[in-house]
Ligand binder design. Structure first.
Ligand code: UTP
Length: 414
């Protein structure tokens, strides 16, 4: 034990993280054990290199980026029926599963608890974000006569709460045997000075490692095996916070199949050049989502002869994968992106600090960073007012207020 402790202290010293053991002696035994286990599992080399990268500005050079080819759903004419029939056949034959990514922290919204447990007041009554999603699943069931298997990705931080919430609400009437929760991976949060943060309980403050964690998590937790056993071939993947998410669109499925692609995704036209969304573009010939922070300003503002943004197709986190992709990518190492977030922590004097401004780096991989591994993918442009009403911020743009208005307009609620 003493030997082990010495080794741990040595590692912490090497990476200037000795503060992690400052309060160790005062912790209850269970927490001491947890903290030591966390330290042993932490990849300090990775954390160190990620911290060093926070000082670099990630921007893709202009010459590498070219526009994508996309299909505009509202302009598909002759082939529409063919795509629809192909997509509907796949759904009816039980080839589709839905994965909801709900492992995020929802820091901007500031709601206490998992984001899916946020209640949107719709005047006709209140609906939880999870409930809105289940409404869509039930609609598919009614329309196509199949119960789509539903998988919910959570994180260690919110898994129990999510599970309890869904149980308490009886899964909003969806059959529980067709629902599985699975947890994604985590990484420590660090201060802007590169110090790993401690949580209220004296243990390392960890957070989900981004929605790109889905590839590893889906394999590790037996979800992939479960899908295969059920004969699933296509997986619709979306976030929890878009109240107009269209999860089983036969047109996207049919088009992707007809194009012989393994990945399909939806876009909406950017609201304006400055909108803070990732856009689709081709980098070195491969389709990618380019984060707004990584797209040079001139490119973000570039328009064609009709005044339309050339890089104007925003990613709305509505993707379709063939199961082969999830098999291929289960061990993939995706690049990490850095986000500056608000995170409460224990300071060196053992005070619990609740910051008012973002204070911590969170490292995340993104689901779309795997797209470029494939030669081609399908992008289907859809109407924003029909499919995109995100709940991201507490007020203003992409807030409950804007999402409520869009939801009501789409569903004809006055
Ligand atoms: P966002 O990137 O908007 O993050 O997630 P967030 O956690 O909801 O909110 P902020 O940034 O802290 O305010 C988009 C979708 O991806 C999921 C989220 O739950 C949401 O549905 N997500 C995000 C994960 O499942 N895991 C993650 O690690 C991050």
């Amino acid at each position: 034990m003493e030997e082990n402790m010495q080794l741990i202290r040595k590692t912490l010293k090497k990476y200037s993280q000795e503060h992690l053991l400052n309060g160790y002696d005062k912790l209850p035994e269970t927490k001491q054990k947890q903290l030591l286990e966390q330290i042993e599992h932490t990849d300090f080399e990775l954390i160190n290199s990620l911290y060093n990268k926070t000082k670099e500005k990630a921007e893709i050079s202009e010459s590498e980026i070219t526009p994508i080819e996309y299909w505009d759903k509202s302009k598909i004419k002759g082939e529409y029926k063919e795509f629809q029939e192909t997509g509907e056949k796949a759904i009816r034959n039980g080839k589709l599963a839905v994965v909801t990514m709900a492992g995020g922290q929802g820091t901007r919204l500031g709601h206490i608890g998992p984001k899916g447990t946020y209640k949107l007041n719709l005047e006709i009554g209140e609906k939880y974000l999870f409930e809105i999603l289940v409404d869509s699943l039930k609609e598919i069931k009614q329309k196509y006569g199949v119960t789509i298997p539903w998988y919910v990705m959570t994180s260690r931080e919110n898994n129990n709460q999510t599970k309890e919430f869904l149980e308490k609400h009886n899964y909003f009437g969806y059959p529980s045997k067709d629902i599985k929760l699975f947890m994604q991976g985590e990484l420590p949060l660090i201060s802007t000075e590169g110090k790993i943060l401690l949580d209220k309980d004296g243990c390392i403050k960890e957070a989900s490692d981004g929605n790109g964690g889905i590839y590893e998590a889906i394999n590790k937790n037996g979800i992939l095996a479960d899908m295969k056993q059920k004969g699933v071939e296509w997986i619709s993947v979306g976030g929890i916070d878009n109240v107009l998410l269209n999860i089983a669109d036969p047109i996207l499925i049919g088009l992707t199949i007809k194009q012989n692609n393994l990945i399909g995704s939806k876009s909406v036209v950017k609201a304006n050049a400055q909108e803070k969304v990732g856009v689709f573009g081709k980098v070195n010939g491969k389709t990618k989502v380019i984060e707004y922070t990584e797209l040079p300003k001139e490119m973000a503002e570039k328009v064609d002869e009709n005044g339309n943004l050339i890089f104007g197709d925003a990613n709305i986190l509505n993707h379709l994968f063939n199961i082969k992709v999830l098999e291929d990518l289960s061990n993939v190492k995706l690049p990490y992106h850095t986000a500056l977030k608000k995170a409460s922590y224990l300071d060196e004097e053992n005070n619990y600090i609740e910051p008012v401004e973002p204070n911590a780096y969170k490292f995340e991989t993104f689901i779309f960073d795997a797209f470029e591994r494939y030669e081609n993918m399908t992008v289907l442009r859809v109407k924003r007012e029909e499919e995109f009403a995100p709940v991201k911020n507490a007020t203003g743009v992409d807030s409950p207020e804007t999402a409520r208005a869009l939801y009501k307009a789409f569903h004809g609620i006055n």
